[in-house]
Design a protein around this ligand. Sequence first.
Ligand SMILES: [Zn+2]
Length: 108
Amino acid sequence: MELVVVVGSFGLIFLMYALRDLFFEMLFRLLFKLFFPIIRVISRDYSRWDKLPSLAEYLAHHEECKTNNGISCATCNSKSIKNWGLKGANDAFRIFICNHCDTDLYKK
Ligand SMILES: [Zn+2]
């Protein structure tokens, strides 16, 4: 009778061990599936901001865009430029976009 209990206990411990591996594998797969797209989206948005020039670099590249009454778009010459937050209105990562042709101009 004691032998049955001992073997049963070992069997139970083994089963819990096997299920623990399965549980962690499922947990990691779930986390990976959940977080990988989020990280990918964040890094894609960030690279949009990162690859833009600063205002000084933009003006150094497009001298004609520095006018007496503001900055103009290098693509369409429009002076209507919106100050856009990367993820939302209050985002510290700012992108300046032309209102007329939607071109990303520079960052802040
Ligand atoms: Zn434009």
